[in-house]
Ligand binder design. Sequence first.
Ligand code: DGT
Ligand code: CA
Ligand code: CA
Length: 570
Amino acid sequence: MKNQEIAKILYKIADYLDIEEVSFRPKAYRRAALALETLKKDVREIYKQGRREALEGIPGIGKSIAEIIEEYLNTGKVKYYEQLKKKLPINFEEITRIEGMGLRKAKFLYQKLGIRNLKDLEKAAKAHKIAPLFGFGEKTEKNILEGIKFLKRSKGRFLLGEILPTVNEVQKKLKKLKGVETVSLAGSIRRMKETIGDADFLVISKNPQKVMDFFVHLPGVIKIWGKGTTKSSVRIKEGFDMDIRVVPKRSYGSALQYFTGSLEHNIITRKIAMAKGLKLSEYGLFRGSKMIASKTEKEVYKKLGMDWVPPEIRENQGEIGLALKGRLPKLIGYNDIKGDLHTHSDWNGGLNSIEELAEAAQKMGYEYIGIADHTKFLKIEHGLNEKQLAQRNKTIDKLNKKIKNFKILKGAETNILNDGSIDIKDESLAKLDFVIAGVHSTMKMEKEKMTERIIKAMKNPHVDIISHPTGRILKRREEYQFDFDKILRAAKETGTILEINSFPNRLDLNDKNIRLAKEAGVKMIINTDSHHKDHFPFMEFGIAQARRGWAEKRDIINCWPLKNLLSFFK
Ligand code: DGT
Ligand code: CA
Ligand code: CA
């Protein structure tokens, strides 16, 4: 769809306008971009049917942006954008991937040192040309080099949420192919790992050659690494690789078990087979030359003397021992969530009204939703002050009177200031159903200080939840320096809940920390941090990480009915 292409351009125009310090307009462009991104209909169709007027009818899109969309649909270009690019030929996307490098800094470095991209930036930092510049210094220069290193380390892996839409599309196309019986995702995608090296498909078909031909000629394939009779490998324009295997129906279970991995899990399952005098491979489980199991995964595990292991926990982290004893945890399910408590409304500059969010939450099958608008310290997010919060609460009260069998909870995502205090007065916090607190500033703090800062926030009797507790952003920013053990102890003592943030580039807590929290007896909540109702489905990613962290329903408070949830809050 053209929607995403145009959205990208609008975001970039907004960036340019930000650099020029134009007020208001960047926001309008970003709103329009988000509107396009989340639009279900193809903007081309809308334009075909109703011309520019119809474009202006899309919520969030005004006259001048409608003109831009029209121009792009007709010419494939936006003149205004081309002019802006020419004026500042900087690869902002690349440079701003480095933590701490904003648009204005990028512009400044271009003007002073002619830096256009990451390569230039690295060269200049290494030659110590950046430190002497006004507003930069030794520390910033060091941070830049560290940031570049971090980026290089995570290169080559893709966010699960980033590639899943494309992978699902391909899966659908394969399924439609005649002669194809089943298409499964395997590898790290099936295990729902937070980042993915490549996508793996497993197919049952009696006509593998046809599947191979179809696969390597999929639209978007930019390179064919290999094409065989039952397996192939390609790269697509999104930049990642996809592997495919076709197997006959009779060995599907053992093939799926093999290609799901992880490698570490497979090594142990094969050893277990050997200890029983059996041999396990992708073709089946054998005693001598006799195949004793292969059709389904369950059967394979059963013959190994184990319970079937959910893919998310096949990491050789203790699951095999428990499966042998029939004592695997009963993981939280993908349909167990009863409400999302971290959502942002148009009160703090989001795109959806509280009513729209509530409606969408009901469509998700939820029993409640929590509105957690930003508070005043976060100016760029239009954070609410005490007075505005009170007004918003009234709106929610009114809506709750109208709606049946569903509850909108009054919340806020407040800011943990440097000294651990909260940016909103206690009297205001007391009027909310729940309070989230998160670190949104000064993230590079000494370990001791950061730990104390967060613990102090947890000790605030009004603070119920800590959002994105470690602060990491995948492929961009490491966790804060802090003592997670101490945080867990304090969370347990104060009854504070830690969030599992489902936003695709956060997934914070991550699987490892979730497992630690569970073992420490700390309760968690899976939220999306939605800024638009179309972000609600991100919940799946958070649940997946919870499963990878062995979480059960009793560990996750938004699996509980409203009454239990409310009584757990402080
Ligand atoms: P990724 O792609 O890096 O995110 O991780 P995976 O787990 O998807 O790894 P990948 O794509 O290399 O292989 C898919 C699965 O196939 C892997 O999880 C286990 C299985 N596999 C691949 N190579 C071997 C191997 O040499 N021995 C065994 N036992 N299994 C393998
Ligand atoms: Ca893979
Ligand atoms: Ca692979």
